[in-house]
Design a protein around this ligand. Structure first.
Ligand SMILES: Nc1ncnc2c1ncn2[C@@H]1O[C@H](COP(=O)(O)OP(=O)(O)O)[C@@H](O)[C@H]1O
Ligand SMILES: [Mg+2]
Length: 259
């Protein structure tokens, strides 16, 4: 399944202008799913300085494993079967992330199939703009909240316009929003209303909708021995994967990107 040849790794960013929409969480979940379940070789370039939330999560998890025999044992069993280590997470500055990614990949003996970038939401300088357009694909978590739409729509529209104007001459091949935090409390008409508006702009929306759920708070803890959903070291545990639609999201990403 793993391509692992000399092909350039695919660059992907799950990105949005709106803070708290699920950028880092889905970068982590998609990375873990592809690396631990689907058998691809993954790397994360964490350019969202100063938060570095994915990089810090890995540090936190690694420290906790040292002190928690349940997860230590789980890791031993899991990695002896997996036959490869965790994926690397490289902390970078937003302006130099692209160059640092290049240097990182060059310095590695193994090849990577996919590199996921956690990019800063504020695209306020030229080098960050260039980094966005150096991705192969962008996936944008959106919600029906007005505040989310107001900050995300202009970004999607201007990016899509750039793609249309440049007609295939950018590295970036597509921008794909997907619904996150979908709740039955929300009026269904709201989704179709926004979806119609976005499709009319020529922007395709992923079919997968990610439900709002408490499983996003299930992180590894020092004393805990519970199922995990969000982790940089383990894949999501099956009982929490069920109903999350993460598998559908990953399948759609694989299909679109041709991974
Ligand atoms: N589908 C969801 N259901 C419930 N909580 C979610 C969902 N998606 C994301 N979250 C929560 O939203 C918060 C912000 O996510 P995060 O990825 O850190 O945002 P960003 O990186 O875009 O600022 C986190 O606490 C995360 O657990
Ligand atoms: Mg973040």
């Amino acid at each position: 399944m793993t391509a692992n040849n000399n092909r350039q790794p695919l660059y992907i960013a799950i990105c949005t202008q709106k803070g708290g929409a699920g950028k880092s969480v889905f970068t982590t979940l998609v990375a873990s799913y592809l690396h631990y379940i689907k058998g691809y070789n993954v790397a994360i370039i964490d350019c969202d300085y100063p938060q570095w939330s994915i990089y810090k999560m890995r540090q936190r998890e690694a420290e906790q494993i040292e002190r928690n025999s349940f997860y230590q044992n789980k890791a031993e069993i899991f990695f002896s079967k997996l036959n490869k280590p965790t994926y690397p997470i490289v902390p970078c500055q937003p302006e130099t992330g692209l160059q640092q990614a290049k240097e990182f990949l060059y310095s590695e003996e193994q090849s990577y199939d996919i590199v996921l970038f956690d990019l800063p939401g504020t695209v306020n300088n030229e080098s960050v703009v260039q980094t966005y357009f150096a991705m192969d694909y962008l996936f944008v978590p959106i919600t029906t909240s007005r505040i989310n739409m107001e900050s995300t729509l202009p970004f999607m529209i201007s990016t899509h316009e750039m793609l249309t104007v440049n007609q295939g001459n950018t590295k970036l091949r597509g921008i794909y929003p997907f619904w996150n935090m979908v709740s039955s409390k929300e009026k269904p008409e709201l989704y179709s209303y926004y979806e119609k508006a976005i499709l009319e702009l020529g922007i395709p929306i992923l079919e997968t909708r990610i439900p709002k759920s408490v499983r996003y708070d299930r992180e590894q803890s020092i004393e805990g021995n519970d199922y995990l959903f969000l982790s940089t070291i383990f894949p999501p545990d099956k009982p929490l994967l069920k109903g999350s639609n993460l598998n559908l999201l990953v399948d759609e990403i694989i299909q679109i990107t041709g991974l």
